[in-house]
Design a protein around this ligand. Structure first.
Ligand SMILES: [Zn+2]
Length: 380
């Protein structure tokens, strides 16, 4: 395992690219965002585009997909107050909403926004989550699809062509060059990055009736063309900084995680809306790739110069890689899974090159049941 020499991202991250100096593409992108982009020109370009989409009052001007998190609230706020647009916010209801997640959607409406919530059949959700967990190692698989399909469905239904997404995660966290440059988020993007190669049509082979899967379907090309659906990333046109978004929203009354940091990291302002995303989803990433949410947060904080690399390493070691306990019993009850079955699935997805094993090849766990990373040390 090799680490970026500037941040703390390991080369096990899917699709990460290091340059000859051993610096990751996300760090290079961050430099470019700071110095290499004419943000005023981008702002002008964005205003010109928006003028084409402003409605005559017969409908909303654009759609904003929202979780109620700091970033989506910031998106809505910025579109309204900086760009003078009247957005319709669309929320795909997570499987198991937290109290603070509910409060923050209330906050968004109090801030002056209309909100449509799309809640999927929970029984289908349960079966999909089970497949996501046992086959793909992602307990939030149905949610990752729903948050991308439902705003597009609403765009088609209400004849609102423009969808404004937040940051381009490939730009912020690294990823293939063509995805970093892309401004538009289309069906190809969804299938490539969100669905882990498992398509909705595959679910028919798992005994699903296509009629049960309407919420998770991307609209057909004919409908997309008729409405002219266009997705843009606000993060392409205005410099994106998650922490600044959080600070601005906090001033306006947005709620942090009430119990302090979310399981698996040191921050209390991310992944608050769904009970499974904060803990279990990030832990699955840790067993697969050897890094978790604390590493993601630390990398961003390092790139913004808020902490140094040593502090980032310390935070990652301290906070990530622990089996999440807070909501695990709820999740296991939801997908009807015993602790033994859960551990068997975890072991299947655990990377044998990253964690210690005994002579029989079984993973060694500490007194808390947590995995132990091989002693490769961090490269300086
Ligand atoms: Zn880096």
């Amino acid at each position: 395992m090799r680490y970026c020499k500037r941040c703390v991202m390991p080369d096990t991250r899917p699709e990460i690219v290091f340059n000859d100096e051993g610096i990751c593409d996300a760090c290079i992108s961050a430099d470019h965002k700071q110095a290499g982009i004419d943000w005023d020109a981008r702002d002008q370009q964005f205003r010109q585009i928006l003028d084409k989409y402003r409605s005559d009052g017969s409908k909303w001007d654009c759609i904003i997909p929202v979780s109620g998190g700091k970033d989506s609230c910031f998106q809505a706020y910025t579109m309204k107050h900086k760009y003078g647009m009247t957005p319709l916010c669309v929320n795909f209801v997570p499987c198991e909403v937290t109290d603070v997640g509910h409060q923050n959607l209330q906050f968004l409406r109090d801030l002056g926004f209309d909100l449509i919530q799309v809640g999927a059949n929970r029984e289908v959700y349960r079966r999909m989550s089970k497949i996501g967990f046992h086959k793909l190692g992602d307990c939030c698989w149905p949610e990752h699809i729903g948050i991308f399909t439902t705003p597009v469905q609403i765009a088609v239904r209400f004849n609102i062509p423009l969808i404004v997404w937040g940051e381009n995660s490939q730009l912020e966290y690294g990823g293939p060059a063509h995805a970093r440059e892309a401004q538009i988020l289309d069906r190809r993007w969804l299938e490539e990055y969100q669905m882990l190669g498992y398509r909705i049509s595959d679910l028919v082979h798992d005994g699903f009736d296509p009629k049960e899967l309407k919420v998770w379907e991307y609209p057909c090309d004919e409908d997309l063309h008729r409405v002219g659906v266009t997705g843009l990333f606000l993060g392409y046109f205005t410099k994106w900084d998650g922490r600044r978004n959080m600070e601005l929203m906090t001033e306006l009354g947005w709620h942090h995680n009430p119990g302090g940091p979310v399981e698996g990291t040191y921050t209390d302002y991310e992944n608050l809306d769904c009970k499974w995303v904060g803990g279990l989803h990030d832990y699955l990433k840790f067993v697969k790739y050897g890094y978790g949410r604390a590493t993601d947060n630390a990398c961003i904080d390092i790139r913004f110069g808020r902490i140094n690399r040593e502090e980032g390493l310390r935070l990652a070691k301290q906070w990530e890689g622990k089996i999440p306990h807070k909501y695990l019993p709820d999740y296991l009850r939801f997908i009807d899974c015993s602790m033994d079955e859960f551990m068997a699935t975890m072991n299947r997805f655990t990377n044998p090159y990253i964690f210690k094993r005994d002579e029989e090849g079984n993973f060694i766990r500490d007194v808390n049941g947590d995995l132990i990373k091989l002693d490769y040390g961090f490269q300086e």
